[in-house]
Design a protein. Structure first.
Length: 276
């Protein structure tokens, strides 16, 4: 995701809301906001892989054709809890905490979508998976598009939902959206509870915010080059991405399918397991 505002302003807004709302929730007992999202799934096996300059946490569930679940920015694999058990009945589900997220470590390299995509390629190599499906939400959807452009032979099909392909696709007031502020509350709490480096929250937040304010920048030619079967998923009342931008994304990808849900979906999937 990318915010079409000055990166310093966005970072201060995001940091302000993440700190203030966390303090209010702790002091006033506003547990309803926190509990709006599911808790992280029971850990069946804590597994880490050395990938480039970081240690990535991942889980594998079920069996069959592989499907890689890539979460959005500032979140973690626990956001897929509502989908994992159902998907694991038919697929080999690989749920990963991206670098710096969840239990995975954070290096000093600036986080970019290309770097994150490279991490997943290395992880797939370590798991001896030659080709996989991808279900990507927000930043995860952007990573799926990055891989579809660069390494189409490694992918079977992709679902990209809540994803933008250019900064112009993000609504400029997203940092003031109430659901986004709820999400930041959860993100801050989870980071401090799960990260191997909990004291680096502000560094991590600035890193992700910088990526959001400058990326992605897929050209028409790059999107038109995608041959991987693609489902573009969005909502008609998206909190972050303009619905028109999501529709435009689908039009730029040859033979892609588009589903626009009647509600807001960028931050909603964790509670809407059956519809997903």
């Amino acid at each position: 995701m990318c915010l079409n505002l000055d990166r310093g302003v966005i970072f201060l807004l995001v940091l302000k809301y993440s700190l203030v709302i966390s303090i209010l929730c702790a002091c006033l007992g506003f547990t309803a906001i926190i509990n709006a999202y599911p808790e992280e799934p029971p850990i069946k096996a804590m597994t880490f892989a050395k990938v480039q300059d970081v240690s990535l946490y991942y889980e594998i569930h079920g069996g069959g054709e592989p499907i890689l679940l890539i979460h959005g920015g500032l979140s973690h694999a626990g956001y897929w809890r509502a989908q994992i058990d159902d998907l694991a009945r038919d697929y080999l589900v690989i749920a990963v905490d991206s670098r710096g997220h969840g239990r995975s470590s954070l290096s000093n390299k600036p986080i970019t979508y290309k770097l994150l995509a490279n991490d997943f390629l290395v992880l797939l190599d370590k798991l001896n998976i030659q080709s996989t499906n991808i279900l990507g939400w927000s930043d995860g959807g952007i990573i799926a598009l990055e891989l579809a452009i660069r390494e189409p032979q490694r992918l079977k099909k992709i679902i990209a939902y809540g994803a933008n392909f250019h900064p112009k696709g993000v609504q400029p007031n997203v940092a003031e959206n109430s659901r986004f502020r709820e999400f930041l509350t959860r993100a801050s709490r989870d980071y401090h509870a799960m990260s191997p480096e909990p004291n680096r929250w502000s560094v991590f937040l600035e890193n992700i915010t910088n990526m959001w304010t400058t990326e992605p920048n897929f050209s028409d030619l790059e999107l038109q080059s995608i041959t991987v079967p693609t489902l573009v998923l969005g909502g008609q009342q998206e909190e972050a991405i303009y619905p028109e931008h999501i529709e435009e994304l689908s039009k730029k990808i040859p033979n892609s399918k588009l589903i626009m849900m009647p509600q807001n979906w960028t931050l909603r999937h964790a509670r809407e397991t059956r519809k997903i």
